[in-house]
Design a protein around this ligand. Structure first.
Ligand code: IMP
Ligand code: MG
Length: 186
């Protein structure tokens, strides 16, 4: 099959479309069972988590609301700066709410650790994290993640919401970015 222009940036497919959907269904069942009878609020971290969150919430059998936050992590580089800044805050007051943070990937953990501390200060009834992907080898700070989709090796991945310099989010699978696209020192 001829590679599309987009796919030329991908070295290898790591998680196929079907496998992603299967796992998202499983997570949806798990979350639905755990949150039965509670007023669930999904908090998505823009922009990468949008795709995962849209699929996950359609697998939930409990009523839920959604809101979004944007925090700074990477620019065009592939490495976390450690400097975290809120670019867009929640619209909803989460005090007394059951909050589930939905993230695309946990790498160093710096972004999520900041976010969790920030949200905890707002006194939600409960606060848990659901991440599609995690790179355990890269962890610099310990974060408590209740639901994880897949553990992946230390490779820079794109697709299904994950970007490199804002591109590749629209790939239906998760793939490894071509080595020659990764800038030196990253
Ligand atoms: P952390 O603060 O190092 O855990 O970085 C978390 C954020 O970095 C994620 O929400 C992603 O936006 C981004 N990120 C980390 N690893 C990757 C990757 O392999 N591909 C695309 N984005 C990534
Ligand atoms: Mg990103």
């Amino acid at each position: 099959m001829r590679q599309t222009e987009l796919e030329r940036g991908v070295e290898q497919i790591l998680i196929e479309d079907e496998r992603l959907q299967e796992r998202v269904s499983e997570l949806g069942e798990e979350v639905s069972a755990d949150y039965a009878g509670r007023d669930l609020l999904l908090v998505g971290v823009l922009k990468g988590a949008v795709f995962f969150m849209a699929d996950l919430m359609r697998r939930l059998t409990v009523p839920c609301e959604i809101d979004f936050m944007a925090i700074s992590s990477y620019g065009a580089s592939t490495d976390s700066s450690g400097v975290v800044r809120i670019l867009k805050d929640l619209d909803i007051n989460i005090e007394g709410r059951h909050v589930l943070v939905v993230e695309d990937i946990i790498d160093s953990g710096l972004t999520l650790s900041y976010l969790v501390r920030n949200l905890e200060a707002r006194e939600p009834a409960s606060l848990e994290v659901c991440a599609l992907l995690t790179k355990p080898e890269r962890r610099q700070i310990d974060v408590d993640v209740r639901y994880t989709g897949f553990e992946i090796p230390n490779r820079f991945v794109v697709g299904y919401g994950l970007d490199f310099a804002e591109r590749y989010r629209n790939l239906p699978y998760v793939g490894v970015l071509h080595a020659n696209l990764i800038p030196e020192g990253a």
